[in-house]
Design a protein. Structure first.
Length: 87
């Protein structure tokens, strides 16, 4: 197992290829870039995972998946929340 970092663009829906079974560990900003860190088996086949990035106050579909984490940008002026889309 290895921890990998994936850049997270600030878009409503983000597709990220991760090895099957990847466990998302953390969401944060590193050097101005939002990222997701995940524990992965680098030998596993990749699968597409979909994440919803929503600013505070933005509407969410009631069927959205679990909350992965939140991060702040611009000294806390912007706060984003990341959910994994499971439907």
């Amino acid at each position: 197992m290895t921890v990998y970092k994936y850049e997270l663009p600030i878009e409503d829906f983000v597709n990220i290829l991760m090895p099957i079974g990847a466990e998302v560990l953390h969401v944060d900003v590193q050097r101005g870039q939002p990222c997701i860190w995940a524990r992965v088996d680098p030998t596993a086949k990749p699968e597409r995972r979909i994440f919803r990035v929503a600013g505070t106050g933005h509407p969410l579909d009631p069927a959205i998946g679990p909350h992965i984490g939140s991060f702040q940008m611009h000294d806390g002026a912007l706060v984003f929340h990341v959910f994994e889309v499971t439907q």
